[in-house]
Design a binder for this molecule. Sequence first.
Ligand code: HEM
Length: 500
Amino acid sequence: MMGNLFLQSPSWTTLLGTAGIFLVVHLIFSVFNQKGRREPPGPWPLPVLGNLLQLDFKSPYITLNELSKKYGPVFTFHFGPRKTVVLAGHKMIKQALVYSDAFSERNVPPVFHDMKLTHGVLFANGPSWKEMRHFSLTNMRDFGMGKKASEEKILEESQRLIDLFSEKKGKPFDPADPVNHAVSNIICSIVYGNRFEYDDPVFISMVERATKNSKLLGTPALQLYNSFPSLFKWVKARKDLMENVFANRRQMKELIKGLQETLNPQMCRGVADSFLARKMQLEASGNTDSHYHEDNLLATVNNLFAAGTDTTSSTIRYGLLLMAKYPKVQEKVQEEMSRVAGDRQIRVEDRKNLPYTDAVVHEIQRMSNTVPTTQRCTSRDVIFQDYFIKKGTPVLALLSSSLCDEDEWATPDTFNPAHFLDKEGNFRKRDAFLPFSAGARVCAGESLARMELFIFFTALLQSFHFTPPPGVSGDDLDLTQVVGITLSPVPHKLCAVSRI
Ligand code: HEM
């Protein structure tokens, strides 16, 4: 019996030979596509697993940065069976995102379908995205984005944040919640037309869930789910995420119901009111087939709230941490502000007279690397840098590679405001500074975020000196980031010592 089995079974040599041929064919197919066109190089993918064994799930962007040094600025990485083209360095990122129309679609991993976020702006595509992006930008500007009106709102909110920090009387505290709430209130005033009190339980839970979701989306479990949705559907991180998403959706619906009941289309209070007014107007004219429906309203409001809270707040908090770690830089900023503005509030128009402060705010953003990657996909077959990329291929722009490019920055891994100063001490713009990405899908809140970073930062530094808690030295302050869909500082405590 055993002898027969051996006789009928292929020999080891045959098995190894077949496996060898299979792997060679697989290799050839991974370098050239079916029509013999050259695709971007990359590490050799294993069947099914692709290159996942090479990925550091805790900080995938670091693995990809390292691989770009080996394979060049355009390379292929297989997230399991998903072939993805990665773009590294500001020249290549701009070449694709700004100078080609083939890369402006959003790749939408499975989890965002589950979250019902394929409408709105962030994860939408096609004519609906175009309309919602245009609508959001126009209306956010109408309600003050990038203008005096939002400057006033930010100055007012900074004062409340200062009052709250003052209550701590210089004792150590974690600035995460207060800064999250202050930043979130700016986008809430623009979207809903009003701010919330910091102790409002509805507001607290909305902000808490949004920041938790940002972290959950970066967990290894959810990354695996996006590569193998049917295998990892039941992971806890996905269950927690979905609970949060639907709780936030319920709360948003309540808030919007309140707006609807008190709506005066001639006196819109914010972006959500404008949407409701437009929807009513279109329905009254018999147009029931427009982009102005409930799913687009909920997704757009959700996008602006989520994209406008965690990003800016994490950057400000990282900035305060850096100030506590680098007291000499902090003193230089405070000295420049006192010299230029004395005790009065700093405003956006002061920025041109505060080159060192401006450089510090930019360097904080470079180091905080808040959005290390952005996901796109090709809208058509395209030849890019002599490589063929098929329509529908996910594309990952490694913004972090540009912010820490060794050829662009004198000390890429060290906090150094001189990166943004010329020899005379004037502010110097840098091409490789791409924290908001570029092209048709560049961050829709860039002007608001830039204003918030500058005003919150200067207002806080005018009022306080930030230090590590007693007994902790600056060297001990941990600059490591928590990796989610965005990066944020690890929980920490600081002291805000009054300067007044
Ligand atoms: C420091 C703060 C911020 C950073 C670093 C940041 C960064 C980014 C990045 C990298 C993208 C992806 C762009 C792309 O795909 O190429 C993005 C998209 C977006 N951001 Fe921001 N952002 C910030 C603040 C804000 C704020 C305050 C808002 C609120 C209005 C906002 C709203 C959006 C929206 C709606 C999109 C989607 C754009 C689209 O797909 O068309 N962001 N942001």
